[in-house]
Unconditional design. Structure first.
Lengths: 513, 155
């Protein structure tokens, strides 16, 4: 009998040796004459356990991890049941507390199926959303998305249904669906995981969007820092075309575009410029992309997670989705625990979980074992939260009320060795490095910000310079064209407000004595 | 390292993208894959081929961090400098790597074996610090990783 093994092909699993483990498995099985089949899945997103290997048994899959190549002989015990006393044995994956506590809707298939096998995708519910959308027709499909309460998962939180309605109402001979997979925020990897672990979900979501608004062409803009994701998704598009799901005869085409290392292209209008073959400079709005987007045509620009969630909503119904969440944040959010955290990984859950639960209980505190001092939520443009604000619920409005943002769901944990003045400086520096240069507050303000924070770090007239930084932040916040310049004030001001002791420094000459 | 440029090959690359909407970025990526950089002659060549101005082509090439004006070393090591890696002392790790090769950011070793560049997030943020060597991901980096990188680039 052939035993099936599941080894992730996700970049984060490969980065810690998953390929070597797969090779070792194959070689050891051959050496011992055991028949095995290795399925390369995406990752379940429990990254501290990667490479996590699963073995198929009559009682379901059993997980082991983190597996090193030298652990492989122990995994190939002849005759199942597997030794549950093996120190690497994690039991049934779904019983691992980190997974058990989750509500996996968008990421249900990620880490479970072979991402490049249409039959596997179908066997796990793939395609049902598109089928229902086709039977409902455009108007009712759109209504489902609107009633689900889905909001943009890229960070802005704009109601997806309303955006689609605007494009549906626009009259044009050509409309586009653009998927923003330019996931540049540090601490986020949900787009990458889905592209590598369940690419057909995105294809299905884009086709539903196309059907709802009357678009026939989709672009997926993936950042160049994700070569694995580009490869897997391009392959998936070819397979979907060959399988008759996409392309000729289906009324929808998808083209993959690869970014070129510009963070600002994650801003929707800069992204459109980039696809058009121009510098990734932000456009002034209006006109909205929904009216005049790609090549001047009405365009839906959605984050990858928003689009990949649509199939579930169509398959299970708007009410089922809206039943999760709190307030105006309906459904689930794939939260990504990152940085100095013991249990780092993707945690999809209904809105409403608190930051403290996420960091302390689910994340298990820091990886270094030192106390948690600060947590940055929402990427390089997100605020730093101190422990005092750990009761903040994961919800668009709750974070806004505390001068923060949930962004794309990244949570980066820092221990007590972090220097918040350096983090504030980095925020300004990053803005200067990545500014598209179109508007003055962002282009000049960020450079002045770095210079001024440097003075504070050197202990030069701290009070006056802090005032200057605050003033700069105000100008950038209200005067910038887009969120890059506009939101840089979040990390800077939150660092100053919540960690003032890090900005109160003695002059460098005195400190040196 | 000498700049490689072959107009016939470039013409063939442009031809492959005929009919594509907004072809400039895909063409630039392919030119760079073929020649190791986007050298000066490519600017006027592309302007003529796509019927746009040289200023427009130059503007695009210089805007994006990925496009090189001259080829990199035989190996390219990208070290992540973004927040998640910072939280795991990625800056100190990066410093040690740079010191090992006696380089500054963006520099190439005199023997042309490796170019070390900063990158702002590889999406490996739960396994920081991370890097990418010739497009292959590496994570949970430590002192041993530095030796491993040195071995790899000496090949």
């Amino acid at each position: 009998m052939t035993t099936r093994f599941f080894v992730p092909r996700d970049a984060a699993a490969r980065a810690v040796g998953a390929d070597k483990v797969a090779t070792a498995l194959q070689e050891e099985a051959q050496r011992r004459g055991i028949e095995i089949e290795i399925v390369r899945t995406g990752s379940r997103g429990l990254f501290w356990l990667e490479p996590m290997v699963e073995v198929e048994t009559p009682g379901g899959r059993i997980a082991f991890g983190p597996v090193r190549p030298r652990d492989v002989p122990g995994l190939l015990v002849v005759g199942i049941p597997i030794d549950a006393n093996d120190p690497l044995c994690l039991g049934r994956p779904d019983d691992i507390p980190f997974l058990k506590r989750q509500t996996r809707l968008t990421f249900a298939r990620c880490g479970v199926v072979d991402p490049l096998l249409l039959a596997d995708w179908r066997a796990h519910g793939g395609g049902r959303g598109l089928e229902r959308a086709r039977s409902l027709g455009p108007a009712k499909t759109l209504e489902e998305v609107t009633r689900s309460g889905l909001r943009g998962r890229g960070g802005a939180g704009f109601p997806t249904g309303l955006k689609w309605q605007t494009v549906a109402d626009a009259s044009a001979d050509r409309k586009y669906i653009v998927c923003n997979a330019d996931e540049g925020d540090s601490g986020t990897y949900a787009d990458r995981m889905l592209l590598e672990g369940d690419p057909f979900a995105l294809i299905e979501g884009m086709m539903i969007a196309g059907l709802a608004v009357g678009a026939t062409k989709g672009f997926v803009y993936i950042r160049s820092e994700y070569p694995d994701a580009v490869r897997t998704f391009e392959h998936a598009v070819l397979l979907a075309e060959a399988g008759g799901l996409l392309g000729t005869g289906t009324g929808f085409d998808i083209e993959v575009r690869v970014g070129a290392g510009a963070y600002v292209c994650g801003e929707e209008t800069a992204l459109l410029e980039s696809i058009e073959g121009k510098r990734g400079q932000v456009r002034a709005k209006p006109p909205l992309p929904a009216h005049k987007g790609l090549f001047g045509q009405p365009t839906v620009v959605n984050n990858l997670v928003s689009l990949a969630t649509v199939p579930w909503i169509l398959a299970e119904g708007a009410e089922s989705y809206a039943a999760f969440g709190m307030g105006r944040s309906r459904g689930t959010m794939p939260i990504q625990l990152a940085g100095n955290v013991r249990h780092g990984g993707l945690f999809e859950t209904a809105f409403g979980v608190t930051l403290g639960e996420l960091v302390d209980e689910i994340g298990g505190g820091t990886r270094t074992g030192r106390p948690v001092r600060a947590v940055q939520v929402g990427g390089p443009l997100g605020a730093y939260f101190p422990r005092a604000l750990f009761d903040t619920a994961f919800d668009y409005e709750a974070f806004t009320a505390r001068d923060g943002l949930i962004g794309h769901g990244g949570v980066v944990v820092f221990d007590d060795t972090v220097d918040m003045a350096h983090q504030a400086r980095f925020a300004m520096d990053f803005c200067a490095l990545e500014s598209c240069g179109k508007c003055t507050p962002c282009r000049i303000g960020s450079t002045r910000g770095v210079e001024t924070i440097d003075k504070i770090i050197r202990g030069e007239r701290s009070a006056t310079n802090l005032e200057l930084v605050e003033d700069l932040c105000q100008t950038m916040k209200f005067g910038s064209l887009c969120a890059l310049g506009g939101f840089t004030s979040y990390p800077v001001m939150s660092a100053i407000r919540h960690f003032p002791e890090d900005f109160d420094r003695p002059p460098v000459s005195a400190a040196a004595e | 390292m000498s700049l490689r440029w072959d107009e016939a090959e470039a013409t063939e690359i442009v031809r492959r993208h005929e009919g594509r909407e907004g072809p400039l970025l895909p063409i630039l990526h392919e030119l760079q894959a073929a020649f190791g950089s986007v050298p000066e002659p490519a600017i006027s060549f592309l302007a003529a081929a796509l019927n746009i101005t040289r200023a427009e082509v130059h503007g695009v090439v210089s805007f994006y961090h990925d496009f090189r004006r001259e080829p990199a070393g035989r190996h390219v090591l990208k070290l992540c400098r973004a927040e998640a890696c910072q939280s795991m002392d990625g800056e100190a790790f990066a410093r040690r790597v740079l010191d090992r090769f006696n380089l500054d950011w963006g520099g190439t070793t005199p023997d042309g074996s490796v170019t070390v560049e900063p990158v702002y997030c590889l999406g490996l943020c739960a396994s920081a610090p991370s890097a990418m060597l010739d497009g292959e991901p590496m994570a949970r980096l430590n002192s041993e990783s530095i030796d491993e990188i040195a071995r790899e680039v000496s090949r």
